[in-house]
Design a protein around this ligand. Structure first.
Ligand code: LMR
Length: 400
């Protein structure tokens, strides 16, 4: 039976990680996988996380099972972080949360719930969207379509085209939105645009599914959750998938959550029981360690403050790298406008070069980015940003 299985092509993002590791050139620059790095190119354990981890381990007396919905304390802390303390939907008891194995696990459990509730559902994703959204969502059996989003000319959102497309969707269509730090483009909705999308979604009876994997890395912890908080206050139903990989630096601990907002406490309870069943039939229970750490960080005032400072430092570094990169590119290739990079948010931007130029960057200059020209801004450092800008200039000049 197994002999019939063919070898799969490498994952577009994770395959690049392996190629980078195998490259012996000392000038190599990794702008591939979306992992935060400091100015030494490292992804250290956050100090607040380290302290919380020690407290968790010192206190832990058992490794017995927790529950399919995970750690109740973590789930509560995440609700407050995501929706904001005292949010009306929280107070009304309309939100239920399940801890999930990372943002990916949350997205998949959410897709399974949609499939259960609406077997014929179609989820509409932005063009472009994170490569792994497609298999994660369609793996549950729901259909997938795309709506226009990125405007390559301005480096912003093609809001008119997006709204026109959403306005044509049938009632109960699921619309996947990125909470902040759009992956892969860095082009986010403004506050006014979130309000317009909200009005349209409400009027047409669409079901928004918000993926928030970078809370705190765009404009601020509360600012990045603006869309989620607005939607949860105004809409009868909403799905939110959240990841702690980037903002807590817990990548390999697989820590995330799925929040469902529903109309009544009764339906919320019914949904939670469905979520527990879904988890039980796929992986039974989420891993505990990362969630226990997050709970400790968020429920201890000193640790929470230290964590907020560390998230702030990551955000500031990304913002200043964006500014620096635009200045370097303006110098190295003055004929081309890269100023959009400074207007974007989060870890990613599209450089806007074609696939041959991406390959030339990789093969001739040892600069690694995905074929769609997405760069992880946090992979730049003060000692390689100049080399990167020069490499881009050379590749652009060579393909004239
Ligand atoms: C990315 O987009 O690079 C990250 O979210 C990591 C991943 O799993 O793809």
């Amino acid at each position: 039976m197994f002999e019939r299985l063919e070898r799969m092509p490498d994952d577009p993002i994770l395959g690049l990680m392996a190629a980078f590791r195998a490259d012996p050139d000392t000038r190599k620059v990794d702008l591939g996988v979306g992992v935060y790095r400091d100015d030494r190119g490292e992804t250290p354990v956050l100090a607040a996380v380290r302290r919380a981890e020690q407290a968790v381990l010192a206190r832990q007396t058992s490794k017995t099972y927790v529950a399919p919905v995970g750690n109740a304390g973590f789930n509560q802390c995440m609700e407050r972080l995501v929706f904001g303390d005292g949010h009306a939907a929280l107070q009304a008891g309309r939100i239920r949360t399940i801890q999930a194995p990372g943002g990916c696990g949350a997205l998949r459990v959410g897709a399974e719930l949609i499939k259960l509730a609406m077997p014929e559902a179609t989820v509409h994703v932005s063009m472009p969207t994170w490569a792994n959204h497609v298999p994660l969502l369609t793996g549950s059996g729901i259909k997938l379509e795309r709506y226009p989003y990125y405007d390559a000319t301005s480096g912003g959102v093609n809001f008119g085209a997006m709204m026109a497309a959403l306005d044509r969707l049938p009632q109960r269509a699921v619309v996947l939105l990125h909470g902040s730090c759009h992956n892969p483009t860095g082009a986010d909705l403004s506050a006014a645009q979130w309000r317009e999308v909200l009005a349209l979604v409400a009027q047409r009876g669409l079901l928004p599914y918000i993926d928030m994997a970078y809370q705190g890395l765009g404009t601020g912890v509360a600012e990045d959750a603006l869309g989620v908080r607005l939607f949860a206050a105004e809409l009868p139903e909403l799905i939110v998938a959240v990841s702690c990989s980037k903002n807590f630096g817990l990548y390999r601990e697989r820590t995330g959550a799925l929040h469902i907002v529903s109309q009544t406490t009764q339906s919320a309870d019914a949904i939670l029981s469905q979520l527990a069943r879904i988890a039980r039939t796929i992986y039974s229970m989420p891993p505990d360690h990362g969630a226990a750490i997050v709970q400790e960080v968020l429920s201890n005032e000193a640790l929470r403050g230290a964590w907020l400072d560390e998230v702030g430092a990551m955000r500031t570094r990304i913002t200043s790298l964006r500014r620096d990169l635009v200045a370097r590119l303006a110098q190295a290739c003055p004929q081309r406008d890269f100023s959009f990079i400074e207007r974007q948010r989060g870890m990613f931007s599209y450089l806007g070069v074609n696939v041959d130029q991406v390959r030339a960057l990789r093969e001739r200059h040892h600069v690694y980015l995905t074929d769609d020209s997405r760069i992880n801004i946090a992979g730049l450092r003060s000692d390689n940003i100049g080399y990167f800008a020069e490499s881009v200039a050379q590749v652009l000049a060579a393909s004239k």
